[in-house]
Design a protein around this ligand. Sequence first.
Ligand SMILES: *Cc1c(COP(=O)(O)O)cnc(C)c1O
Length: 237
Amino acid sequence: MDITSLLRKNLESIQEKIRAAAERAGRSPHEIRLIAVTKYVDVPVVRQLVELGQRALGESRPQQLWQRHALLGELPIEWHLVGPLQRNKVRKTLPCATWIHSVDSLALLADINRIAGELGLRPNLLLEVNVSRHPSKHGFPPQMMEEVISQLENFPDVAICGLMAMAGVEGDLEGARRDFRALRQLRDQLAPLAPPRVSLRELSMGMSGDFEIAIEEGATMVRIGSALFEGILKEHS
Ligand SMILES: *Cc1c(COP(=O)(O)O)cnc(C)c1O
């Protein structure tokens, strides 16, 4: 099969699984957005994916996001930064990324807010929470979130839209469900404490191995890489 046919087949299969998982959970599939994480493939494959209609793309490394944003500037892509953002990379990232999923400290949030104001931008942000408390994972400690939410009035130049998390241990599906459920419960607990213009409606959780579980637990954004590029990765990269 050529790359376009493989991509189309993988994309349709993921969309079908998203629909089925939403239905199992009594949710509308329209509540769930697929973010295609393109870090594993080269730019021509990314281009084909966009031509198949996939507009929301994610990268985990800021430099790669900058490069691809520049190379694919003529395409109607909505870029999501899903991996860690170092404070010295905020200024170059903001003009490229519509969404940043990985805000994991108040210092980073303050920098993003200040630079967004200077640049006249209003990025959409998610606060990453280390729900599994796994030391290798990024994110605010869950017990710090009430304090973080109480400070959000101080950041008028960003749109804080929700929370993001990764499951603690890859391949442990029961653990993943526990982590995703913990993120949703945390969101439900924090939502009434948020300032009036802040809505925590988005939950970015779930990757190739656990996105169906994440949808059952309330994900509104799933970040999928390897499942989308199955059959393409090995032969072509
Ligand atoms: C790579 C990555 C993904 C996608 O992972 P897959 O398991 O390949 O689907 C999702 N989120 C983040 C933060 C990533 O770095």
